[in-house]
Design a protein around this ligand. Structure first.
Ligand code: CP
Length: 308
């Protein structure tokens, strides 16, 4: 059986193109399963997974839990806010206590970049990064590419622009790695203050004019401003940001082709995207969420096969 080149999913940076294809082929199978009347398979009946979240989440947390349950794994959930972390317990102590309850895999979201990498070196379990600060969000990038592949047939050769707060976005970095690995052309677009210096070294081009970026692309992935990670203001006002970098229906309708609109969520309606765009037929935002379950089933299934 084909297997992943990695034992943990810490970032797209550690995957190769074959890994991504294997995840997508496996996700194709699971997508078919979750559209049946019986949406469950017994594959992981002997596996226990802990979802530990030190940061808020709606989509990722629910999607992982559902993916694990659809694979028949035993699942425990931990939210830092209601835990003994509040009494000063360290990350390693917390996880080792959870692992002593015979847990095989840990899915972790953490505000600190590299938290998953750190954990993987100190505990004996397979670690899945569900978002670590402004570093990586690998399963989001996988489900994003999977959704492009589903909509446009392939990722290779497609032109994708990522718009918004690139500087503080783990989604942007993971998407850049994933899209480049698969042979897409990638552009980033946003205020200069929200574009990391030397971002071109990742093989992407830079555009500060949203209209030009939209004219160029097949797919626009709209990101929200990561207000929770902004210590200072990076643009004059939200209104001015929206005027320059928000996508609206009038702008989309004036392009000479129909581009695909994506957003990882949560959406700030009326800031980076208007409601009529988010809810339009060009938008695949809810398809991304739907695909997240199949892609996460694939990731967990493939990593679990390396534990056994
Ligand atoms: N896209 C995403 O990570 O959303 P959540 O923060 O709700 O999980």
């Amino acid at each position: 059986m084909a297997e992943l080149s990695v034992k943990h999913l810490l970032g797209i940076k550690y995957l190769n193109e074959k890994d991504i294809h294997l995840i997508f082929e496996t996700a194709d199978h699971f997508k078919e399963v979750i559209n049946r009347s019986i949406k469950k398979v017994p594959s992981l009946r002997d596996i226990t997974i802990a979802n530990i979240f030190f940061e808020n989440s709606t989509r990722t947390k629910l999607s992982f839990e559902l993916a694990e349950k659809r694979l028949s794994a035993d699942v425990i959930n931990f939210s830092a806010g209601q835990s003994s972390v509040k009494k000063g317990e360290t990350l390693i102590d917390t996880v080792n206590n959870i692992l002593s309850m015979k847990v095989d895999m840990v899915v972790m979201r953490h505000p600190n970049p590299g938290a998953g990498i750190f954990l993987s070196k100190h505990v004996n379990a397979s670690i899945v990064n569900a978002g670590d600060g402004a570093h990586e969000h690998p399963t989001q990038a996988l489900l994003d590419s999977y959704s492009i592949r589903e909509k446009l047939g392939d990722v290779a050769g497609k032109k994708v622009v990522i718009v918004g707060d690139i500087l503080h976005s783990r989604v942007a970095l993971s998407n850049i790695f994933a899209l480049k690995l698969q042979g897409a052309e990638v552009k980033v677009c946003g205020p200069k203050t929200l574009l990391p210096k030397h971002i071109e070294s990742l093989g992407v081009s830079v555009e500060t004019d949203l209209r030009k970026a939209l004219e160029w692309c097949d797919v626009a992935n709209m990101l929200r401003i990561q207000n929770e990670r902004l210590d200072i203001s990076y643009f004059p006002t939200t209104r001015e940001y929206t005027q320059q970098f928000g996508v609206n229906k009038k702008m989309l309708d004036s392009l000479d082709k129909e581009i695909v609109i994506m957003h990882p969520g949560p959406i700030n309606r009326g800031v980076e995207i208007t409601s009529d765009v988010a809810d339009s037929k060009q938008s695949i935002i809810l398809n991304q969420v739907e695909n997240g379950v199949a892609v996460r089933m694939a990731v967990i299934y493939l990593l679990a096969s390396k534990i056994k």
